[in-house]
Design a protein around this ligand. Sequence first.
Ligand code: IMP
Ligand code: MG
Length: 183
Amino acid sequence: MDSAHVESDLVNVLFTEAQILERIGELAEEIERDYAGKELLIVGILRGAVMVMADMARAFTRHVEMDWMAVSSYGSGTKSSGVVRILKDLDTDISGRHVVVVDEIIDTGLTLSWLTSNLSSRSPASVEICTLLRKPEALQMPVDVKYVGWDIPNEFVVGYGLDYRERYRNLRDIGTLAPHVYS
Ligand code: IMP
Ligand code: MG
């Protein structure tokens, strides 16, 4: 789905598909450099990170293992609840492994700060975070994020894996959702 297909639902297009792919390529290059000579496991947070994971994994010019976790921090609205539950855990034992958690957006930081301390307790060799988007103004918990695509204003965005009530995930671009859609 393109922005044109949901034009009246968006205030603006923040990042086009081409811009997103280019930035993900840069992040992959950076990660590849940092983990040269080491085995790497990237962990995608379902469901939002599916697109980032798929494009990032393919941007690598090396082998990378992929695993997935599902956590719930939200109801179905547009605000974080702060309550984190593991809905699907890793299939991989990460002890001694180098792990990069891949997410599509850090909003309050509650999910990822909880998740990194959870993963750190499993004795990995290292855990770092990569997120495509971050909302610095919304941050409530300090999260040490090593790889960030872009910092964005504190507005609700959709597309490229980001949803509002399970819609817009399949939008190619990332756009700001028009308030009339959720109010
Ligand atoms: P946090 O715990 O507040 O950092 O929120 C993390 C999760 O909330 C993200 O992984 C998204 O699934 C969801 N989220 C936060 N902001 C947005 C947004 O602007 N659009 C869509 N989903 C969002
Ligand atoms: Mg998410």
